[in-house]
Write a protein that binds this ligand. Structure first.
Ligand code: NAD
Length: 292
């Protein structure tokens, strides 16, 4: 078993670090929040007062941080040049492709192997160890990352070279944002046309309108499997996080010169939904803006 530094013990990182402990790893944890650090300590992590101290002598560093600027700063100031160069670096945060490549490049120049390994799955999957990891990095780095990530997830997929994990994540979530809105629109129109919504679900879930947004996360209360719609759109995947991912997709599309008209419209609609005070609402709650 390995000694692993874990940086960022929030909603996602807290459960992930606990699962590394459960798998038998020694986890040296750090978070700016004393409350998050105390929770990690309760889950069997050793809490260190700084990132620099947390990364001393470790076999690997895992991070789960809010955004690219923070990831760049933490790795640049306190991980690269501080952790042993034999340590594998794994950033699991969702960040922009360009920053992921830049940080991995700086790590490589200093002699480290690094992977970007963003996740699909929310807080329940982080706690339950059932995340899906999309990994960008060399074949050798992926082989080293796989057993560590397996302790926190149900699937670990090599997406390609550095940045490919982030690219896969934002392309996937761009589909999710657009299909959720399309599904919400269809239910709102079906209702106005006098269709029974359960009947519409029974038809569309077995016809070509089927998608994950419909059959695994139906935005209508009482229809389909249990979802945040059944809980007043609380819990689940916050609209603010969907907007974050769509903005990353728009940035990436612009720099790659890709046409993404549906993704762009989804980003505008989630921007408006969030600006109206719904950032903490589950992203399927956007159906409320279409039902009036
Ligand atoms: P969070 O805000 O709950 O946790 C982030 C943690 O990082 C906080 O505890 C914060 O104190 C800590 N932090 C911030 N700056 C730090 C620093 N410089 N050094 C050490 N710790 C620092 O966020 P989260 O929901 O856990 O999300 C983390 C990442 O996972 C994000 O990139 C997010 O986009 C991604 N993600 C989240 C979900 C989800 O459902 N919450 C799903 C998939 C991916």
């Amino acid at each position: 078993m390995s000694t692993i530094a874990f940086i960022g013990l929030g909603n996602m990182g807290g459960g992930m670090a606990a699962n590394l402990v459960q798998a038998g790893h020694q986890v040296r944890a750090f978070d700016l929040s004393a409350e998050a650090a105390a929770r990690a300590q309760g889950n069997g992590c050793a809490v260190l007062p700084t990132v620099r101290e947390a990364v001393q002598g470790v076999d690997a560093v895992v991070s789960m941080l809010p955004n690219g600027a923070i990831v760049e700063n933490v790795y640049g100031a306190d991980v690269i040049g501080q952790a042993p160069t034999t340590a594998l670096l794994l950033d699991c945060s969702t960040i922009d492709v360009a920053t992921a490549r830049k940080v991995a490049g700086a790590a490589a120049a200093a002699g480290y192997a690094m992977v970007d390994a963003p996740v699909s799955g929310g807080i329940a999957a982080a706690n339950g160890g059932t995340l899906t990891f999309m990994v960008g990095g060399s074949d050798a780095a992926f082989s080293r990352a796989e057993p560590i990530l397996t302790a926190m997830g149900k699937a670990v997929i090599h997406a390609g070279q550095s940045g490919a994990g982030q690219a896969a994540k934002i392309c996937n979530n761009m589909i999710l944002g657009a299909t959720m809105i399309a599904t919400c629109e269809a239910f709102a129109l079906a209702e106005k046309l006098g269709l029974d919504l359960q009947t519409f679900y029974d038809i569309s879930s077995k016809a070509s309108g089927q998608s994950w947004s419909m059959t695994s996360y139906c935005p209508v209360a009482g229809v389909g499997p249990a979802s945040p719609a059944d809980n007043g759109y609380q819990g689940g995947f916050a609209a603010a996080l969907m907007l974050k991912d769509l903005k990353l997709a728009m940035e990436a599309a612009e720099s790659a010169g890709a046409e993404v008209p549906m993704g762009a419209r989804a980003a505008e609609l989630y921007e408006a939904f969030t600006a109206a005070g719904n950032g903490g609402t589950d992203f399927s709650g956007i159906i409320k803006t279409l039902q009036s």
